[in-house]
Design a protein. Sequence first.
Length: 134
Amino acid sequence: MAIDVQPESENGVIELLRGIFQDLQELFKQQLALLKCEIRRALVQTAIAAGMLVAGGALALGAAALLLLMSVHLLSAASGVPLWGGYGIIGAAAILLAVGLLWFGKRRLSTALRMPVESARTLMENLECLTRRK
């Protein structure tokens, strides 16, 4: 009773490897398509959120303008200041507030954008150390 054992043919192994590579290629294509879909969805959600922020900001700007007008008339009615004087006083106060906010915002932004010197130096030392080892 003899068992006939034949070695695997090379064509079978090649076909198996070809199938594996085709499956890997298909998996990569599907993952890339999924990534594109997720990025597109995130961009749409970001655009919707940005639109809501712009609409809210525009509404807030209109409301602030109405409140400034109201405060002018309130000042005029409560203190007897002429209407033109109320506009001058409220306008000057609004300009001073705006200038102060812009100045503080600019200062804060300039300090926030500075790169920490110590961290940058340490990073450069680490890079140099890594490149010397190779």
